[in-house]
Design a protein around this ligand. Structure first.
Ligand SMILES: *[C@@H]1O[C@H](CO)[C@@H](O)[C@H](O)[C@H]1NC(C)=O
Ligand SMILES: *[C@@H]1O[C@H](CO)[C@@H](O)[C@H](O)[C@H]1NC(C)=O
Ligand SMILES: *[C@@H]1O[C@H](CO)[C@@H](O)[C@H](O)[C@H]1NC(C)=O
Ligand SMILES: *[C@@H]1O[C@H](CO)[C@@H](O)[C@H](O)[C@H]1NC(C)=O
Ligand SMILES: *[C@@H]1O[C@H](CO)[C@@H](O)[C@H](O)[C@H]1NC(C)=O
Ligand SMILES: [Cu+2]
Length: 348
């Protein structure tokens, strides 16, 4: 049967993890040494699996929110580089699977809060701009994402929470189908901020709490047609640029959420019958096994709707409620109904 080859391939892919974690940070481009091992300065999880449950306490600082041994010192106004890696920090490391497209963000909270309460303030964010995803820029920069500590920030101990939201399975909501959904990668870095700043953090948001399964940036069809992406969570703190006290001084990587989100396709709401992803986009995690990829539902749902040939690539969307793009699949593929909201070009 046609779908069996996807099942076999998925099983193979699932053996290798495609995720990412933070290994170390740079302060004004100076490497602060390994931070994710015992004795380090990162509240680092035991593996690179994502967190997908938006209501879980694991979303705060990942599954191991216990104080790390050390704290890195940096001055208000310093440039901070977050170094992400997939498996190791060799030069051949791919940082994160290229399928894991999505935004890159940074939050801050007082260390004393342990991340609990309305304490998280967004310092930086980068989403989809000029046809490029922040994750693609991150990979091109060999895993380093940089931002500036606000120069007015009062001295003290802070948790820096970098985050990647991978959208490769986010066309379905985790709440509807736990085998799919956005994959969030985060941890907390212990930073002691020095300097002469006098501005304490404003009231922030709670994490978990800041993201909802109904956010257009959480449920998002990467394989559909879109021109903009709305990064979830609060606006970036207007002092986050670091050098001045004006809103116009936002960091150059700040993404201004588009007012219109109409380009984001509606989320499939067909229960467990989410799209059967290609092996290319599939990645392993403890909870996302082959059996969770809705293979049993997909074959019966996958009926050909269009034999018209066109330019829509394999595994891309070619139909569904609310879809207005092209329905013609490239040669060798056929548009098949996955559910009411999503049809996809698959091998014919
Ligand atoms: C690995 O990380 C450590 C700590 O940041 C660094 O000193 C070392 O140079 C890195 N190795 C490579 C090959 O990048
Ligand atoms: C810190 O928060 C985590 C949840 O993110 C919790 O498991 C842990 O017990 C808390 N630690 C303290 C000291 O409150
Ligand atoms: C996107 O393009 C505009 C117009 O050329 C430019 O001003 C902006 O800096 C670009 N953004 C990024 C992230 O490259
Ligand atoms: C942070 O830095 C201040 C000023 O140098 C110092 O007094 C304090 O002990 C440091 N705290 C930590 C946790 O390193
Ligand atoms: C920021 O700007 C406001 C309004 O212009 C001003 O009242 C405030 O003192 C400024 N704060 C700092 C830290 O410069
Ligand atoms: Cu992954």
């Amino acid at each position: 049967m046609k779908f069996s080859k996807y099942l076999v391939s998925s099983a193979l892919v699932a053996l290798s993890s495609a995720h990412t974690t933070v290994f170390n940070i740079l302060v004004n481009d100076v490497d602060q040494g390994t931070g994710n091992t015992p004795g380090g300065y990162i509240r680092s999880p035991p593996n690179n699996n994502p967190v997908k449950d938006l209501t879980s306490d694991d979303l705060t600082c990942n599954v191991a929110n216990t104080p790390a041994t050390r704290t890195v010192t940096a001055a208000a106004g310093d440039k901070i580089g977050i170094q992400w890696h997939h498996n190791d920090n060799t030069s051949s490391d791919d940082i994160i699977a290229s399928s894991h497209l999505g935004p890159v963000l940074v939050y801050i909270a007082p260390t004393a809060s342990n991340g609990t309460g309305n304490v998280w303030v967004k310092l930086a964010e980068s989403g989809y701009e000029n046809g490029t995803w922040a994750v693609q820029t991150l990979i091109a920069n060999k895993g380093v994402h940089s931002f500036t500590l606000p120069s007015v920030l009062a001295p003290g101990n802070y948790l820096i929470r970098p985050e990647i939201i991978a959208l490769h399975e986010a066309d379905a909501s985790y709440a509807v189908n736990p085998a799919r959904g956005a994959q969030l990668y985060m941890e907390c870095i212990q930073l002691n901020v020095t300097g002469t700043g006098a501005t304490t953090l404003p009231t922030g948001v709670a994490i978990p709490g800041a993201y909802k399964e109904t956010d257009p940036g959480i449920v998002f069809n990467l394989y559909g047609t879109f021109t903009s992406y709305t990064i979830p969570g609060p606006a970036v703190w207007d002092l986050a640029a670091g050098t001045s006290n004006t809103t116009s001084s936002a960091p150059s990587n700040t993404y201004v959420p588009a007012v219109s989100t109409s380009a984001a396709p509606a989320a499939p709401s067909g229960g467990a019958s989410g799209p059967s992803t290609s092996t290319v986009y599939k990645c392993s995690s403890k909870t996302s096994s082959v059996s969770g990829a809705a293979p049993s539902a997909a074959p019966t749902a996958a009926t050909s709707v269009s034999g018209v040939s066109g330019s829509v690539a394999i595994y891309s969307q070619c139909g569904g409620i609310g879809y207005t793009g092209s329905t013609g699949c490239v040669s060798g593929t056929t548009c098949k109904v996955i559910n009411d909201y999503y049809s996809q070009c698959l091998s014919s």
